[in-house]
Design a protein around this ligand. Sequence first.
Ligand code: NAD
Ligand code: GLY
Length: 365
Amino acid sequence: MKTIKVRLKERSYDIVIGAGLLSKTGALLQKLGLGKDAVVITNKPLLGLYKRDLETSLHKDRFTVRFELVPDSEKAKSSNVALKLASRIAAYDKKRSVFIIAFGGGVIGDLAGFVAAIYKRGVPYVQIPTTLLAQVDSAIGGKTAIDLNIAKNLVGAFYQPRMVISDISLLETLPARQIRNGMAEVIKYGVIKDRQLFAFLEKKYSDILRRDKESLEFVVSRSSRIKVNIVEHDELDKTGLRAVLNYGHTVGHAIESASSYLSRYNHGESVAIGMAVACDIASKLKLTSPEVCERIKALIKKAGLPTKITGLNLSKICGSLAHDKKFVRGKNRLVLPVSIGKVKIIDGVPDRIINEAIKKNLKNG
Ligand code: NAD
Ligand code: GLY
């Protein structure tokens, strides 16, 4: 078991990473003084797979356990679901000391973290991420959110968990498409900060896709460290340091929103296309070389992720882009690759160049 410390003064916490950690959940939480009554927010498929193991572990350390189920899709990140959850927790929370466990992927992590932030103006919560994407990214750093119809993640709060338990064994039941989904964020870390990680991915991508435990543990640890280092220096996304995590996310979020968060593109697939589009923009602006772009796109493809957009048109994507919360006073802000391991934040990229790059990556269908 590896432990990574997130140092944020009184909001500091540990990320523990390893295989078979679910059965140790009760023991890991015991010393945190969270309260005795765990409310586990999860969905039906995950409940079917892991209820017994999680409940047994929590009971062993004398926690009471209540499961709260939410829909299994991005639609769970809605005001309706969040407020219903808060009401159900309030009805249960009489003479108890409740804390929340987010048990799921990024959808459940973002939603449960948001409910923890707003219920009673904040109750403790713990992240047990069950997808690769959530283990390497969304469970870390305290960004919690729900979506509005016009764009994703528009309502939210910075609210740090008290612990993150990343059990690599949970990834055994994850569908293959979801492993690829998480790979998009891992590739992102390679491009923005870590050329050794990028080179590792180029060599070992097939081991990761077939869930080799050692490779998975390596990419979860390495990615977590990169994110922790960034969050420790810019917790509230104020200095521009944390903004580099948005590489691929500006156009990516627009694609995700434009396809109405339905099943065409999941988060990682949208980010993969967004990273490819960002390469073309950087190339056009002469920030990077064609060789760097080709290396990035080649790795995205090797990981089984798309670089081309199907079923959406330019005006739909541009309509969603206008609502990007990363834009400052209506001016766009893009994270663009310079070399492998180095990116630059550029404000006010001409719309013409963005549109051309999106068009170049449109595939009719
Ligand atoms: P997800 O949460 O929808 O999970 C994907 C699917 O995998 C779901 O159907 C889920 O039920 C299933 N699943 C999860 N774990 C499983 C397991 N161990 N075995 C079998 N099935 C399992 O998708 P995601 O990609 O994890 O998260 C995407 C969300 O994360 C988006 O809403 C995105 O905005 C958010 N996100 C947030 C941050 C952040 O910093 N807060 C960062 C990146 C992404
Ligand atoms: N996923 C982007 C961030 O945490 O800042």
